[in-house]
Design a protein around this ligand. Sequence first.
Ligand SMILES: NC(=O)c1ccc[n+]([C@@H]2O[C@H](COP(=O)([O-])OP(=O)(O)OC[C@H]3O[C@@H](n4cnc5c(N)ncnc54)[C@H](O)[C@@H]3O)[C@@H](O)[C@H]2O)c1
Length: 274
Amino acid sequence: MSNNGDDRARGLLDLPKGRVEMRFSGKAVLVTGVASGLGRAVVQALATEGAKLVLVDRAEEKLETLVANLQSGGCEVVSIVGDVSQEQTSKDAIAQALSRYGTLDILINNAGINPTGTISQTDPAVWQQALDVNLKAAYLFCREAIPHMVDAGRGVIVNTASIAGQRASTAEAVYGVSKAGLIMLTRTIARDYGARGIRANAICPGVLEGIMADRLTRMSPDQVVARDQRFAPTVPLGRLGTYEEIAKSILFLASEDASYVNGAQLTVDGGLTA
Ligand SMILES: NC(=O)c1ccc[n+]([C@@H]2O[C@H](COP(=O)([O-])OP(=O)(O)OC[C@H]3O[C@@H](n4cnc5c(N)ncnc54)[C@H](O)[C@@H]3O)[C@@H](O)[C@H]2O)c1
């Protein structure tokens, strides 16, 4: 069954049992699209490993709840409510990172929307909005962050793409195009800025248990069940992925464990596209 995480009644900072690695201790990390789903799982994992956070989302109430929860767990966090496709949001967010923490070590462009339809079914306005949120926003945030990373002589960028950007998915025309563009944006940055100490990588999740919030509003409960039943048997691992599993791979790319990984597309799909 799909589990969209928003309503999960669990503490955001429930620490795992046993020893926790602190790969992000003292690191300033900016994450977009954090109010639900994957972004929230990434933020929770980063906080557990000691990161100082700058969080960006347009969903004000959910963002406030997340921030309060993180602060009560002792995490240093600042938030910006805004639309990631607006240039001013990227300027405000990077300015906050620099004024609060004096640096920006890691940028994770994760916000996204999931319009569906073939190109004939996609209105020009929907086409433009998908490109703005899924691709242009990452360009704007990278454009704003990179000069500071170049000055620092180091920096890490992780962009949340999708397997939909690696091979065509049925009736996900503009979504796939936007994610393919995001993968190439990532590779371009890797090539242009690797010599300046900046690594840029894309994560390409497969089909996850959690359905993206905007898409979920267009689906009936029956359609949600049908989606799970249709996709799970097609995955070699026999199930859909969880947000926590993708978050672990994002943290790998963001960490020094991936110090020689640059310009990669890390597919995390249970073998769906193998
Ligand atoms: N869920 C999946 O099956 C799946 C699969 C592959 C890739 N992805 C990618 O993972 C990322 C996160 O997806 P999710 O499943 O967590 O979706 P989600 O809808 O739960 O989360 C997306 C977040 O982005 C925010 N957001 C959307 N548009 C924004 C805007 N214009 N400005 C600011 N914030 C905005 C939303 O408020 C939300 O908090 C997306 O980039 C998505 O394309 C998801």
